[in-house]
Design a protein around this ligand. Structure first.
Ligand code: X2X
Length: 336
């Protein structure tokens, strides 16, 4: 009988020897860490982070538990970055461009039209450019795992009109993430950029606080932005990725072997996630058209010329400094 069984267990529990209680406690995770993301649960960022968490639990015999919190559940990107710094959140995936509010050099991969394609992105981010940025991140009490996760090449969507030439952006109220590089770039193109955290984007578009936004197709799809946007202009104006960041004190609390397991499995999942996002970004156009979005191709040369004339490249070169700019140009060719 259940009642009897329970009573007997409870009675038995009081008599458990200390060693048995200890053994039970060791079965629970010794380290339970939160991993925050701003993406909806269905985005490959969360799916692959979840897989890494499962492999980490297994490889550490349950000592390390990582719980993934999608959709900015723990707070906006700006809030979560503060929580990461204080240690209230131990792990966080954040765009380097947003991280640049703390680590200025981290936005460098987002310079307008710097990267042509993924064949340029991965060697740079897995090579000298990524190493340079991770070094800068390391100076601020955070650790960035070696492999950056993909967000993708960003395109502009609006509820009002297609964007084909820079002039089409003039006066357009465009949501941008909270980051000086984004604001500067769209101001240079003549738009009216408004800094809004991603957690507020859907409602800002729905209520027409802004006319448009810019994001890779995997975000437009998984966050259902197609419900509140009509046009998608394929500008590919920058490549954006997510650093998987750890609070250094929290990470250093892990035993050496667990640290290595976490890094290994997270880096593996980053590679898996890159393949997912590339496949999605290549295949989603048809699906989004089916949902009613209207696409247009864009000649990017006039956009680049507008940035050049607004001294965008010269200004950011001065801000990053010659050494950093040299590392970027070594990967993508001359930008001025
Ligand atoms: O905020 C955005 O637009 C997003 C989801 O792309 C980033 O995390 C930078």
């Amino acid at each position: 009988m259940p009642t009897l069984t329970r009573r007997r267990l409870i009675a038995g529990a009081t008599a458990l020897p200390l060693v048995a209680i200890r053994a039970r406690a060791a079965g629970a995770a010794e380290f339970s860490y939160k991993l925050a993301t701003n993406m909806p649960a269905a985005h490959p960022l969360n799916l692959r982070a979840q897989e890494a968490a499962a492999r980490i639990a297994k490889a550490t015999d349950g000592r390390v538990e990582i719980r993934v919190f999608p959709s900015s559940q723990l707070g906006s990107d700006t809030d979560t970055l503060s929580q990461l710094r204080s240690g209230a959140v131990e792990l966080f995936t954040l765009s380097g461009l947003i991280l640049s509010t703390l680590v200025p050099a981290a936005s460098i991969n987002g310079i307008g039209f710097a990267f042509k394609d993924y064949a340029q992105v991965w060697p740079a981010m897995d090579g000298a450019l990524g190493a340079f940025v991770r070094g800068e991140i390391g100076k601020r009490g955070l650790i960035a795992m070696d492999r950056i996760w993909d967000n993708g090449f960003r395109h502009i969507t609006t509820s009002t009109k297609p964007i084909a030439r820079p002039e089409d952006l003039h006066g357009v109220k465009l949501r941008v993430p909270v980051s000086p590089l984004w604001t500067s770039m769209f101001a240079a193109l003549g738009a009216s950029p408004q800094s809004i955290n991603f957690s507020e984007v859907y409602s800002a578009l729905q209520t027409h606080v802004v006319d448009g936004q810019e994001n890779p197709l995997a975000v437009v799809e998984t966050a259902k932005l197609y419900e509140v946007q009509k046009y998608c202009s394929l500008t590919s104006h920058m490549w954006d990725g997510y650093w998987l960041l750890a609070n250094r004190r929290a990470f250093d609390r892990l035993p050496q072997d667990a640290r290595e397991i976490v890094m290994r499995e997270m880096n593996q999942s980053a590679l898996d996630q890159r393949a997912d996002v590339a496949a999605l970004n290549a295949s989603l156009r048809g699906k989004l058209e089916g949902a009613g979005m209207v696409f247009n191709e864009v000649d990017t040369a006039p956009f680049r010329e507008a940035l050049r004339q607004a001294k965008f490249y010269a200004d950011w070169r001065a801000k990053y400094g010659e050494a950093a700019w040299g590392v970027l140009e070594a990967a993508v060719g001359s930008l001025s």
